[in-house]
Design a protein around this ligand. Sequence first.
Ligand code: MG
Length: 248
Amino acid sequence: MIILKSPREIDRMRAACSIVAEVLEGLRPLVCPGATTFDLDKYASAETLKRNAKCAFRGYNNFPSSLCCSPNDVVVHGFPNKTLLKSGDILSLDFGVVYDDFFGDAAVTIPVGDVSAAAKKLISVTEASLYAGIEMATPGNRLGDISAAVQKYVESRGFSVVRDFVGHGIGRNLHEDPQIPNYGLPGKGVKLKPGMVLAIEPMINEKSHEVRILNDKWTVVTCDGGFSAHFEHTVAITENGPEILTRI
Ligand code: MG
């Protein structure tokens, strides 16, 4: 069941979402050669606490940290660790908070030092595919219009869309209906209405779309070792079209 949010509830979500945006923006300059994801996680926890919010992922189905840190061939749900980041890595950071009973969720992929042209392209195509999807999040369109827009943008540029993980509705719960695949057919799926709030999150692979989960039961990696990038915004559908709540 899709839970519609009133304008007042969307206001409350705006507060949670701006905390997410601020923390991710604060993390960006800290992502550099020699840094560790362990320290990034500590920063995210401290900044969230300062704003009287709670980290959404820590403890969620026993997830052990505040920030998902997914380098290189890690697609999503990587654990922070003490490995030093090095020039040429790419790092996906996925972060969520709960504040005033509502959740916000967003992700970015950041290059570490100097990265290859191929990695730069993967990052920019993934980010642009998110905006191609968001553009379709208008009343009267269907869910498949978002999915198809992401898929078309990505595949026409030679990359592949992860199938096994999808975006989601969000509100008083981190994950609500509907599921939002990053592939699909235009004109299919539920009709989009004002009051829907969606976490749209393309996960895009350099090579094959196939992924597997490591023995830790969380870390998702590409099967072929190719790089993967991830961008996400929490987006409210309004009478006037999409409003990105996690925009800085
Ligand atoms: Mg999400």
